[in-house]
Write a protein that binds this ligand. Structure first.
Ligand code: PEP
Ligand code: MG
Length: 903
């Protein structure tokens, strides 16, 4: 890349168009995303107004100085040189009074290495002074344009650099509109805009003194650059970075670029567009424009923008395609070129000045998870990328967003409004109208819908907290829409007839008035607003995701199975692509209301015979349940874990609870409470549970094995191919497994005869001792499955049930990198797993290895466990699609499975 300043000192400015910026991460780190992209766009021959980038190095250097010291003299010198070059390129002069044609005005925009839309400051039309406004008017032959540029500059400079309250400017504009009887600023004529500008000048002079707007444009430029640097540490930018885990050290670049005018008259326009629909991924230019307007008008929500493509226009709307067909055709060419170049969907800003198209910026389009998947798959079909690239591109952590719930359509609901479907998914919660209230109510455990006229940067904390966002204004590219989509929050914008009275705490939508705290539901997929709490139903995998996951399955070397405890779960898991059940927790079968009393009586029984007789009464139900699971997983393994929790978990603790089941159980309240006291343990997680229980009370395991065997026979009789496997929990030494296995095999032989050996018997590895003893266990196990929940608990000495009290603090203070129950601990737990696998492989064992704790559905943990040599991971059904994508990505290369933030 060619420097625009050739000195031996550090280079801070980089001209775009002159040189090459690859748009790679190094370039983005130095020039910011926007700057690197502008360089790239100029290089590939797109119509980009000339300009230069001030690097993030300069921002970081500035942050280290005392605020009052202003811009570094060397940076100022380089900016001066770059401005000279800009004058030459544009043939326009910066801040020169003589009649030299249209003056050079510039935009000064932030541009961080990682996109932070709307979080930092921008100043447009910089370079005008009170004395040059008329020169501009004369040269352009458009007096209105000149006053419009000047008043916009005053407002932006006033609020961004001089910190004048924006409301002051808004009040002046509102008064002007009222005085002239117009609704929008576009309708104000040159004289009205001159009055507005003069009122702005007076307001700034009153707030900051008469000399507050520098008469020297270079002085304006220096202060504007410093203000953009400062906005890196403004509240909205810091909150956004904290939410997305973006480093505070990156700094922002500043882009200084010649202004072009979308507000030069009726043949001019400004617009924003996504090359494909960011909500669905459909290949159609999706965005908005405003004729005779500057870019910020499009996103501000003050005027209602019109659609770009005719296909997306509603009745009464005038698309750019219709209004300016030539510019629209150029836009399509640009889209084609840009997508071929970046091989990804882009989000662009453009401007039409007197019929000529200018591209102002392009960046990777933020999109919903659904659009992300569809775009990746479509681009494979279009030959832009290959399958591996598609698999790499989609972040597995976002697949969960795709499986967002939708409203149960069969149920009664009352639609009270409709807006733009800005970010998909169904959300329901209490109405709140401020971000502070959103945070407070969520802290109290409520779900909330944040309702705002439109969202601004300060609302970000409320959007983080809320289940969904509803706004009165703003289009598909508004702040609310973009931020909500990025977060996977359902969002409806531009809701017709929505009025918010913050002071009264009321929200009116058409004829309905709601109070803060009232329940409301929004459907970000359809744009509907519904009264009250509407029940939701889970989503399913669509055709695009299905294709992507099939491609991932083809390359992956690791299988994904599901944790499911009943037939419904099994069917669900299979529909989501699970290749079997890796963990069926049988305790859940006893907790069901109709079965619990009988199981309680079993626990209280005095002899093994009585115990067996009682459990036999459960046989029909449980055999059927298991049979249905085998049928649902026809031909695939179903790993059934024998009873794991301590028995006291099944026993009521209070007299009231005991009374509720005593009659059904056929025992007295006193007997139940006595048994509960007898089974109580100080450390139940370390107590009489899992295989230990079967050593002292073997009948439960015996009966469970009988049910499994009989269900297998029933499934076979029904024509299915059942593949049960029996798993023994909480084993610590080989002797336990040897005894358990002998007993299980004996029952299987009784039930199945010669077929008994077709049922595999294995164990969980969830006690550290078992990992150390895994070589000895191998003699008795056909398979192993790491129970990473208990293994984390027992390796780290952290209670699964109580550690949340202090773990967040540990993470906050850097004592642990993350919650080890969410992301697996890589310093002790993973090495222990690797050790166990090595011990087993050192024997003649060919046992399979799986993992079935919560970590088995977490992309980062799956990647962390890659060297254990697992054959499968098993996770809850909804996490199966994300896990499939993760194992596909893992198989492809040594790539980071986690994409930390959207670039
Ligand atoms: C585990 O401990 O990781 C496991 C899968 O078993 P559970 O969560 O039921 O204890
Ligand atoms: Mg466990």
């Amino acid at each position: 890349m060619t420097p625009s300043a050739t000195t031996t000192t550090q280079q801070f400015t980089y001209a775009f168009g002159d040189g090459r910026a690859d748009g790679d991460t190094t370039m983005k780190a130095l020039l910011g995303g926007k700057g690197a992209d502008l360089c790239e766009l100029a290089r590939i021959g797109l119509p980009v107004p000339p300009g230069f980038v001030i690097s993030t190095d300069a921002c970081r250097a500035w942050q280290e100085q005392p605020v009052e010291s202003g811009l570094d003299p060397e940076l100022q010198r380089q900016v001066r040189v770059a401005m000279d070059e800009l004058e030459q390129r544009t043939g326009r002069r910066f801040g020169v009074l003589e009649d030299t044609g249209i003056p050079l005005l510039v935009s000064v925009r932030s541009g961080a290495p990682i996109s932070m839309p709307g979080m930092m400051d921008t100043i447009l039309n910089l370079g005008l002074t009170r004395d040059t406004v008329m020169a501009f008017a004369q040269a352009s032959g458009n007096e209105r344009l000149a006053w419009d540029a000047w008043r916009r500059f005053l407002q932006m400079y006033g609020s961004v650099v001089l910190a004048v309250d924006d409301h002051v400017f808004d009040a002046i504009l509102t008064a002007a509109r009222t005085e002239h009887g117009v609704v929008t600023d576009t309708e104000l004529d040159a004289a009205a805009l001159r009055d507005v500008a003069e009122a702005f000048e007076a307001a700034i002079a009153e707030a900051c003194g008469a000399e507050a707007i520098p008469a020297d444009p270079f002085e304006q430029l220096a202060r504007a650059i410093a203000a953009v640097f400062a906005s890196w540490n403004g509240e909205p930018a810091r909150v956004y970075r904290a939410h997305y885990g973006i480093s505070d050290d990156l700094g922002t670049a500043v882009n200084v670029q010649a202004m072009v005018y979308g507000n030069a008259g009726d043949t001019s326009a400004s617009g924003v567009l996504f090359t494909r629909d960011p909500a669905t991924g459909v290949r159609i230019p999706y965005g908005e424009y405003l004729a005779n307007a500057q870019g910020e008008d499009v996103v501000s929500g003050m005027r209602t923008p019109q659609p770009i493509a005719q296909a997306t226009a509603l009745d009464g709307q005038l698309s750019l395609e219709q209004l300016m067909p030539t510019a629209y055709a150029s836009l399509l060419d640009v889209i084609e070129l840009v997508e071929r170049h970046y091989r990804d969907s882009q989000d662009m800003e453009f401007c039409v000045e007197d019929g000529t198209l200018w591209m102002l910026q392009t960046r990777r389009a933020k999109r919903t998870a659904a659009a992300d998947v569809r775009i990746a798959v479509d681009m494979v079909e279009e030959g832009l990328i290959d399958r591996a690239e598609a698999i790499r591109r989609v972040d597995p952590d976002r697949i969960g967003d795709l499986l967002v719930p939708s409203f149960e359509r069969g149920t009664e609901h009352v639609a009270i409004g409709r807006g733009l479907a800005a970010s998909p998914g169904a959300a329901t919660g209490q109405v709140v109208v401020t971000w502070q209230d959103a945070e407070a109510r969520v802290r109290e455990g409520h779900s909330v819908i944040l309702v705002r006229p439109e969202t601004v940067a300060a609302d970000i904390a409320g959007m983080v907290a809320a289940a969904g966002v509803l706004t009165a204004r703003g289009g598909a590219t508004s702040h609310a829409a973009v931020v909500a989509r990025g977060m996977g929050r359902p969002c409806v914008t531009a809701c017709a007839g929505l009025h918010i009275d913050e002071a009264a705490g009321t929200v009116t939508i058409g004829a309905t008035t709601l109070r803060v705290g009232d329940p409301i539901s929004i459907d970000g997929t359809t744009g509907e607003v519904l009264l009250g709490t509407v029940p939701t139903r889970p989503a399913t995998v669509d055709g695009w995701l299905e294709r992507l996951l099939d491609w991932a399955d083809e390359v992956s070397t690791l299988q994904v199975r599901a944790n499911a405890d009943d037939a419904v779960g099994a069917r669900r898991a299979r529909a989501l692509g699970a290749r079997g059940i890796g963990l069926c927790r049988t305790e859940h079968m006893f907790f069901e209301a109709s079965r619990l009393p009988l199981f309680v009586r079993t626990i209280l029984s005095s002899s093994e015979t009585e115990e067996r007789d009682l459990l036999e009464q459960l046989s029909p139900q449980l055999e059927q349940e298991l049979e249905e699971m085998f049928v649902a997983m026809d031909g695939l393994p179903v790993t059934i874990r024998l009873l794991d929790p301590p028995l006291h978990e099944f026993l009521p603790e209070t007299a009231d609870e005991a009374r509720a089941i005593a009659a059904d159980a056929g025992v007295t309240v006193e007997e139940i409470l006595a048994a509960s006291a007898e089974h109580a343990e100080h450390n139940p997680m370390l107590g009489l549970r899992g295989v230990r229980l079967s050593m002292v009370a073997p009948v439960i395991y015996e009966m469970q094995v009988r049910w499994i065997a009989r269900a297998m026979l029933r499934a076979k009789a029904a024509g299915a191919d059942p593949r049960p496997a029996i798993m023994v929990p909480l084993v610590m030494v080989a002797e336990e497994l040897r005894v358990a296995r002998e007993r299980i095999s004996e029952v299987l032989r009784e039930e199945l005869g010669d077929d008994a050996s077709s049922v595999e018997i294995g164990t969980m590895l969830e006690v550290p001792a078992a990992c150390m003893n895994a070589g000895d266990l191998a003699a008795h196990a056909d398979f192993f499955s790491f129970g990473t929940n208990d293994l984390t608990q027992l390796t780290m000495g952290l209670s699964r049930d109580d550690a949340e009290r202090f773990l967040p603090g540990y993470v906050e203070h850097g004592l642990l990198p993350s919650d080890p129950f969410v992301h697996i601990d890589e310093r002790a737990v993973v090495p222990l797993m690797e050790l166990a696998a090595r011990h087993v492989r050192a024997t003649a064992s060919t046992a399979e290895f799986g993992a079935c704790g919560e970590h088995a559905g977490d992309p980062a943990s799956i990647a962390a466990m890659r060297d254990v040599g697992l054959d499968y991971v098993s996770c809850s059904p909804l996490r199966v699609p994300g896990a499939r994508l993760t194992v596909g990505r893992l198989a492809l290369a040594d790539l980071p499975v986690h994409r930390a933030v959207d670039d």
